[in-house]
Design a protein around this ligand. Structure first.
Ligand SMILES: Nc1ncnc2c1ncn2[C@@H]1O[C@H](COP(=O)(O)OP(=O)(O)OP(=O)(O)O)[C@@H](O)[C@H]1O
Length: 240
């Protein structure tokens, strides 16, 4: 089942076209790695899926349509009737560098619920624990939930940011080079949790690492060539 459809997307910053007439479909509950040379619009492409680019004054979606399957039908996410906070709840995003807020681990994970006006304390706690479990972080932080999140290691901080995205139970998760700042062990934990998350989420992930792509991705999108294909599966270690 197709979860996300992108049709004839052309995107520019000022007059500089960075994505030129790209179309692609992404199947539900799969991981697609978005690869390609630096500066070819991979990060920008992710922001088109959750409309995050709209905060940038010089950015312009010149043409195209993006639809996501919510419930039983595909919704045009750029339709005027779309509620942006609802869209961002369903389409979560995690950035390249971990960006914990200057507050406790507990408050960091629950922050999106607070923004959504969620008030039920017991349920909030349950959701926080579930999100931290899904992010493989619960065992490491359950005894220090009131500590400042910035006291965590880089890998833990990134898993915290993933938990913060997961607490809203997104249907789509966008990750922009989520392991770029991490060592091999911390990256491995994140790769494993992504494979688990695929059971409930459709994942688009920018990655420069061919070995990582082979370990986690079902499909690869080569953005600059406008093609999506089955992920390779051998054991080379090479940057793509
Ligand atoms: N806010 C902005 N204003 C002007 N140009 C921008 C802006 N953001 C990005 N760009 C330009 O758009 C192009 C695409 O940027 P983007 O970050 O999407 O590429 P990328 O493929 O993700 O690159 P990388 O692999 O280096 O992260 C680049 O040339 C970049 O300089």
């Amino acid at each position: 089942m197709v979860k996300i459809k992108v049709e004839n997307l052309t995107f520019a910053y000022n007059d500089n076209i960075v994505i030129d007439d790209v179309s692609a479909e992404f199947e539900d509950r799969t991981i697609t790695a978005i690869t390609g040379p630096s500066g070819k619009g991979k990060s920008t492409f992710l922001t088109v899926i959750n409309r995050l680019w709209e905060n940038r004054p010089n950015a312009r979606m010149v043409n195209g349509k993006v639809s996501i399957l919510f419930g039983t039908s595909h919704c045009n996410i750029y339709d005027a009737s779309i509620d942006l906070s609802d869209l961002r709840r369903k389409v979560g995003m995690v950035f390249q560098a971990p960006n914990p807020l200057p507050m406790s681990i507990h408050k960091n994970v629950c922050f999106p619920l607070k923004l959504q006006g969620y008030k039920k304390r017991t349920l909030t706690w349950e959701k926080m624990e579930k999100a931290l479990q899904q992010a493989f972080l619960w065992d490491e932080v359950k005894d220090r939930l009131m500590d400042d999140a910035r006291s965590l290691s880089g890998g833990q901080q990134q898993r915290l940011c993933i938990a913060r995205a997961l607490i809203l139970e997104p249907e789509v998760l966008l990750l922009d080079e989520p392991t770029a700042s991490l060592d091999a062990t911390a990256s491995g934990v994140i790769e494993e949790l992504l494979l688990n998350l695929k059971e409930s989420c459709t994942i688009l992930m920018v990655s420069h690492y061919l070995d990582q792509v082979k370990r986690v991705a079902d499909r690869v999108m080569e953005l600059s060539e406008n093609r999506v294909f089955a992920a390779p599966r051998c054991n080379q270690k090479k940057r793509v």
